[in-house]
Design a protein around this ligand. Structure first.
Ligand code: AHM
Ligand code: MG
Length: 332
């Protein structure tokens, strides 16, 4: 084990921290690391819990009340983050309003503690997404909504955990993207994917094509383009859609591809949430050499108005994002 780098060692080696702070980033990341290990363990038992020991929300055979896994994940992340005392507020997909925690903390977190929850019961990969900002309000006061309504360009760090065939933690602090795979035997994350780069050209497109006719003309034309046979441009592309954003994004990050959740007639702003789904993955995509767009502009430049605001989302290999932007621009 001497030739592997653990996540803890990596942070120390790179002396990573937020500008002007001492050790706060490593405290924060160690909270995320701990909660993700706990959640990972529980995710692995999810099938057992729901199928053998009783459905979520019911009492299990030991007479314990069961919690839904997404609520459990939310609690674990909040507990771990609160304990480290560097964060003053958390906004989560699971909570209608933000939580004010330690007034002395300088940072805020936006998170989706367990994304893709419709996939929990069917043994398909799910994930956690997080995004870290410096607060705007003065230290020592109670965090305000404005602290959370910052554009993605203000993110200090962002990452995700994928609970897949193995558990991985991937993050950026604005100096590239690194991925760590969890070794359950040793209980540590080890650096497995240093300096991740997304291929500039991709071949995979990932969309819920049930929404084809609900999408705009430009999106429909792009899908037709993706399916067209043209050996010169290596088409047709390959369609891959898991329905877990983290898993679809992670695959495309490694192999090259485009994830798209456009505006539809029933969801005019798309489905995905700007603060804790779109922006953190946009930061990672850009840091890996990719791109993230609303179809008409950079995702990270949107000035949020609401905590749970949605945005149309196109993220992945630069050439593919450029291509769909072209189709969308031409629909006008
Ligand atoms: P969730 O936060 O309720 O889990 O919804 C987000 C998920 C993403 O993980 C996924 O990409 C998308 O919703 C799938 O939506 P759809 O079922 O409409 O294709
Ligand atoms: Mg979600």
């Amino acid at each position: 084990m001497t030739d592997v780098t653990t996540l803890g060692e990596f942070i120390i080696e790179k002396q990573m921290d937020f500008p002007g702070s001492s050790g706060e980033f490593s405290r924060l990341l160690s909270a995320i690391r701990l909660a993700s290990k706990i959640v990972s363990q529980q995710v692995n038992k999810a099938g057992l819990l729901s199928n053998i020991l009783g459905a979520a929300g019911n009492e299990n055979i030991q007479g314990e009340q069961q919690q839904k896994l997404d609520v459990y994940a939310n609690d674990q992340f909040i507990k771990a983050i609160t304990k480290r005392k560097v964060v003053c507020g958390i906004t989560s997909e699971e909570n209608d309003d933000f939580l004010a925690i330690n007034n002395e903390g300088s940072y805020i977190i936006a998170m989706d503690p367990l994304d893709g929850s419709s996939n929990i019961d069917v043994n398909v990969s799910i994930g956690t997404i997080f995004s870290i900002y410096k607060r705007i309000s003065p230290v020592g006061t109670t965090v305000t909504k404005e602290d959370f309504l910052q554009p993605g360009t203000a993110q200090l760090a962002a990452g995700y955990v994928i609970y897949g065939s193995s558990t991985m933690l991937v993050y950026t602090t604005g100096n590239g993207v690194n991925g760590f795979t969890y070794d359950p035997g040793m209980g540590v994350f080890v650096l497995s994917h240093p300096d991740m780069k997304i291929p500039q050209k991709g071949k995979i497109y990932s969309m819920n094509e049930g929404n084809f006719y609900k999408s705009s003309k430009g999106v429909q034309e792009f899908i037709k383009y993706a399916q067209k046979i043209d050996p010169d441009t290596d088409r047709p592309y390959t369609g891959r859609y898991i329905g877990s954003l983290v898993a679809d994004f992670h695959r495309n990050l490694i192999k090259g591809g485009l994830y798209l959740y456009p505006a539809t007639t029933s969801s005019p702003n798309g489905k995905l949430r700007l603060l804790y789904e779109c922006n953190p993955l946009a930061f990672i995509a850009e840091q890996a050499g990719g791109k993230a767009s609303t179809g008409r502009g950079r995702i990270m430049e949107i000035m949020p108005k609401e905590l749970h605001q949605r945005a149309p989302y196109f993220v992945g290999s630069e050439d593919m994002v450029n291509k769909i932007e072209e189709f969308i621009a031409n629909e006008d």
